[in-house]
Design a protein around this ligand. Structure first.
Ligand SMILES: Nc1nc2c(ncn2[C@@H]2O[C@H](COP(=O)(O)OP(=O)(O)OP(=O)(O)O)[C@@H](O)[C@H]2O)c(=O)[nH]1
Ligand SMILES: [Mg+2]
Length: 376
């Protein structure tokens, strides 16, 4: 079975995968929230490449241990998905390895859960060595408990290092050992990368850092470009940015700061990813000021703002270091800022006022320098 989810390109004419989305709605979740979350799952799916051809919701008191949504419902949805010609079934919740196995048996198609999908997107987007190492680590940690006899060629994939241990070590045991060795190696590599990053951070200690953080697709990179007059990658897809990117910019009276563009947040970010992206997220945790960018035009902006606030809290960023910025005001011109800063990163409206607010907030940071920075 081909498991690649990436968009087919001219050089590799793979057909676009056809995805059928399934969500289990527990009684406490309101109807509207279920649909909103499925909308987000659809956006995630399309960000990974596949086309969404159908979606279904199952309401239950609680999931079942074997098939998550119940065997009867699974059988019914398998027929629906087959009628839609779906070759990929994506669940909005996380599944246990045995649930995935059982569901693949019923659907006769690849089954992916929410964490698996997000990991796939990160895998596609990772460019720098740091991001690639972080994503591979998260993927392997996710894969380890899911190894069943199905991944029989792992030792060959690992390039022959997978010589079986001793007499009687099964293929599965040797595969697990290969994974564990690789995980150990990646963790060591990451430690090294983290150390380098810390040294670099210490080197620029005299210049305050302003990190842009917030929900994925909120417009962080667009705002970063506007603030630093640069050209970071912007795209209307989830998780366009994985690497933090640093650049100097002037905020007021030629006072300069380092702006940091960072990876986006999302509801229920897989914990393996959070753990392995620690060094990237340290850019946010250590910043003198965090601009929490919220897409005010998004129907779920309130929930996205809450998620952002929670992640920032988990990272140890105190409210006193956060400046909330409502973005995309060009799309909701009547929206009220309620005391927050409102901008349009796209048109540049409000960005000058934002610069002054940043300068004001940083006024008390020791050594806030006043240097001339070349424009352009
Ligand atoms: N209308 C409008 N669109 C905007 C604005 N700011 C950003 N966008 C669009 O929103 C989409 C996402 O922008 P990005 O800057 O890539 O968002 P991001 O927060 O960096 O996203 P990730 O890196 O994926 O987390 C792009 O299509 C932008 O053009 C804005 O002020 N108004
Ligand atoms: Mg971005």
């Amino acid at each position: 079975m081909d498991t690649s989810l990436a968009h087919s390109t001219q050089t590799s004419p793979l057909p676009v995968r056809r995805a059928f989305l399934v969500s289990l709605a527990l009684p406490e979740l309101p109807e509207a929230a279920v649909e909103d979350h499925l909308d987000e799952l659809a956006a995630l799916t399309e960000s990974a490449g596949p086309e969404v051809v159908g979606r279904a919701v199952q309401r239950r008191q609680r999931p079942t241990a074997t098939t998550f949504i119940g065997r009867g419902k699974a059988t019914e949805l398998a027929a629906e998905a087959a009628a839609d010609d779906a070759d990929l079934i994506i669940f909005d919740q996380d599944l246990s390895p045995s649930q995935v196995n059982n569901l693949e048996g019923i659907f006769k198609a690849q089954v992916l859960d929410r964490s698996g999908l997000i990991l796939e997107i990160f895998h596609q987007r990772a460019r720098s060595r740091e991001a690639q190492t972080q994503v591979e680590l998260a993927q392997l940690e996710y894969l380890l408990p899911r190894l069943t006899g199905r991944w029989e060629h792992l030792s060959r994939q690992a390039g022959g290092i997978g010589v079986r241990g001793g007499e009687g070590e099964t293929q599965l045991e040797s595969d697990r050992r290969i994974l564990r060795d690789r995980i150990r190696r990646l963790k060591k590599d990451l430690k090294k990368i983290e150390r380098t990053r810390r040294v670099q951070r210490r080197g620029r200690q005299s210049i305050p850092t302003v990190a842009l953080a917030g929900y994925t697709n909120a417009g962080k990179s667009t705002l970063f470009n506007s603030l630093t007059r640069s050209d970071a990658y912007v795209e209307n897809r989830l998780f366009a940015t994985l690497d933090s990117r640093l650049r100097r910019g002037a905020v007021d009276h030629n006072k300069i700061v380092v702006f940091a563009d960072t990876v986006g947040f999302i509801r229920k970010l897989p914990h393996h990813l959070v753990a392995s992206f620690r060094s990237t997220l340290e850019e946010v945790a250590d910043a003198d000021l965090v601009l929490h960018v919220v897409d005010r035009s998004h129907p779920q902006w309130r929930e996205q703002q809450r998620v952002g606030e929670q992640v920032l809290k988990d990272l140890g960023v105190e409210p006193g270091r956060i400046l909330t910025v409502f973005n995309k005001l060009d799309r909701v011109p009547t929206a009220q800022g309620n005391g927050h800063l409102v901008v349009s990163a796209l048109t540049g409206e409000g960005v000058d006022r934002l610069r002054s607010s940043v300068a004001e907030r940083l006024g008390s940071v020791p050594g806030f320098p006043s240097e001339t920075v070349a424009a352009g």
